[in-house]
Write a protein that binds this ligand. Structure first.
Ligand code: SF4
Ligand code: SF3
Length: 544
């Protein structure tokens, strides 16, 4: 069958090879084509901005933001709106033309830097610039590994930017890396080095976002989050953007409308600043892939601030609002105004006319174990390790997903010996955070640091333990990594961990389809990266 599209950027890619007819995520070929072209023109723009910097010229902040937004738009489950993506391509070409005009020399710029079609030519061009345009499978693999890492990094940088944190060095790196991905002269060694360098900037990007979040909202603290509902109508907010949540909470205050989190927004409850809002009720439901049933049952409007959006059913589609990089045809999109603020009044007005959410469950979950909170109880943790009460820490951060094979993570958590502690971040936690796995001398056996970007906290905790125990190598800690991945933010987390020197990471439920056998071999030989097998065997090899 002829390929109508080609995408293999996420874990659920068709047949563990690539989506070629339609995305498992619901992405249609005509949307995939425009995403391919958006990446291409963003690389072209980046080649121009990289040249501008080489000529000692400034690149405007808005241009940096455009690059990160474009990358974010193409992340799995973010944007299904072909028209919105076409507009992003047009904007990018316009900005690129302005940047080109500021260059002293256009010599040796790649073709993408000079490309300038109108929208009538987009479909033809898109056919020539997708993933498969790189014929050598190892070069393709390395290029895509870096591209996906950059997408994840761009998402984190974007969240930091809306909280007024900027880091020009990261933006300059993202753009120079994108430019290098256009260069056919790069060797496999150079591309491997580029992927690893992306991990370094991944650490910087997560640190930037950590600073942004904690300066704006305080350091996360141990928190019990309610899972039940109240009687008022509610708004459900999902995704990772805390600034959007803040604006929504401000605007809903005193309106009689409650606010609930879904999926990756859950950790917002751990921040002191958000605890002041009496109408910020709790968390509703589970990870992104359960949204069809859960959005239906919620009864009120849902705001998607980032991925993961599943193409909505007609029964609740009119209650879905998108913002930021997210888009879906037919769903209203809330644009930021020039000063960055957003007007959620249409969402609030709709909520007032809706019934209260249907209760899915009762009870509470506990989280908030980001770096400062864990450092505050470091003595207790160190004592528990020294006394043998804690034998091992198991990092189970990452993503959740709909594949049956992910039941492995629930079973693995259950089967872990009682003297182990799970460190988690990201939506992977939904596989076990509602289980009662007990505690060790008052330390819960599941410590949730927050969103996937808060994997940075887990790295800081590991580095702190290394220091306390006087070790010269992070790999000598009683710590194993059993990471679940799904989309591209998990790719930057992985590259960041590799940069920090973490070895022997287990990655599942399947290894990325975009790793060619040779590239996978390099990762296995140099970093000991491995997959998962059965719960029983993995407990034996990882825990002993
Ligand atoms: Fe397929 Fe994943 Fe790409 Fe969607 S994002 S088209 S599921 S590989
Ligand atoms: Fe989840 Fe989409 Fe990756 Fe942020 S929300 S971790 S999958």
């Amino acid at each position: 069958m002829e390929n109508k599209m080609f995408c293999f950027q996420c874990q659920e890619t068709a047949g563990c090879k690539g989506c070629t007819q339609v995305g498992v995520c619901g992405k249609k070929p005509e949307v995939a084509a425009m995403q391919d072209l958006l990446i291409y023109v963003t690389k072209g723009l980046s080649a121009v901005t990289t040249r501008l910097r080489a000529e000692g010229k400034q690149v405007a902040r808005e241009v940096n933001h455009l690059v990160t937004k474009n990358l974010f738009i193409t992340i799995t489950n973010a944007n299904f709106d072909r028209e919105a993506i076409i507009e992003a391509i047009e904007t990018t070409l316009k900005v690129k033309a302005e940047c080109l005009a500021a260059l002293t020399s256009r010599e040796n710029l790649p073709e993408a830097a000079l490309y300038s079609d109108g929208r009538d030519g987009f479909d033809e061009k898109a056919k020539k610039v997708g993933v498969l345009a790189t014929e050598n499978e190892d070069v393709r693999s390395l290029r895509e590994l870096t591209t996906y890492g950059l997408k994840g990094l761009a998402a984190y940088v974007k969240h930091a930017n809306v909280l007024n944190q900027e880091n020009e060095a990261i933006d300059a790196f993202i753009q120079s890396a994108l430019a290098r991905l256009l260069d056919d002269g790069q060797t496999a060694e150079q591309l491997t080095a580029l992927a690893l360098e992306t991990g370094k900037f991944g650490v910087d990007g997560m640190a930037l976002l950590d600073t942004a979040n904690t300066q704006a909202y305080g350091n996360p603290e141990v928190t019990k989050v309610d899972l039940g509902v109240r009687q008022n109508p509610g708004i459900l907010i999902s995704g990772h953007d805390l600034r959007d949540l803040e604006m929504l909470l401000e605007q809903t205050e005193g309106t009689g409308v409650d606010v609930y989190t879904h999926g990756e927004m859950l950790p917002a409850h751990y921040y002191p600043k958000f605890k002041h809002y009496k109408h910020f009720v709790g968390n509703y439901g589970n990870a992104w892939w359960k949204q069809k049933e859960e959005f239906e049952a919620f009864n009120g409007p849902v705001v998607l601030t980032t991925n993961c959006l599943v193409p909505p059913k007609d029964s609740y589609k009119d209650r879905i609002f998108t913002t930021g990089a997210v888009g879906f045809p037919g769903c209203p999109h809330i644009e930021a105004k020039a000063d960055g603020t957003k007007d959620f009044s249409a969402v609030i007005e709709m909520a007032k006319k809706c019934q209260a959410p249907k209760e899915l469950e009762k009870g509470q979950i506990v989280g908030g174990f980001a770096h400062e909170q864990v450092f505050a109880v470091a003595d207790k943790v160190v004592e528990a390790v020294k006394s043998g009460a804690i034998k091992k820490f198991v990092v189970m951060a990452g993503c959740d997903g709909r594949m049956k094979s992910r039941e492995y993570y629930a079973e693995f958590a259950k089967a872990l010996p009682k003297d182990t502690v799970i460190l988690t971040a990201g939506c992977a936690k939904y596989k076990y955070i509602k289980m009662d796995l007990g505690d060790i001398g008052g330390i819960p056996r599941v410590l949730d640091a927050g969103q996937c970007n808060d994997s940075y906290s887990l790295a800081l905790i590991a580095l702190k333990l290394k220091e306390v125990f006087g070790l010269d190598d992070i790999n000598k800690l009683p710590l194993v990594f059993n990471i679940a991945w799904y989309e591209q933010k998990a790719v930057i987390v992985l590259l960041a961990l590799l940069h920090l020197g973490v070895k022997n990471i287990h990655l599942g439920p399947t290894l990325p389809a975009f790793l060619s056998p040779n590239v996978a071999k390099v990762l296995v030989e140099n970093f000991g990266i491995g997959g998962i097998t059965t719960v029983e065997d993995d407990i034996k090899t990882m825990i002993g």
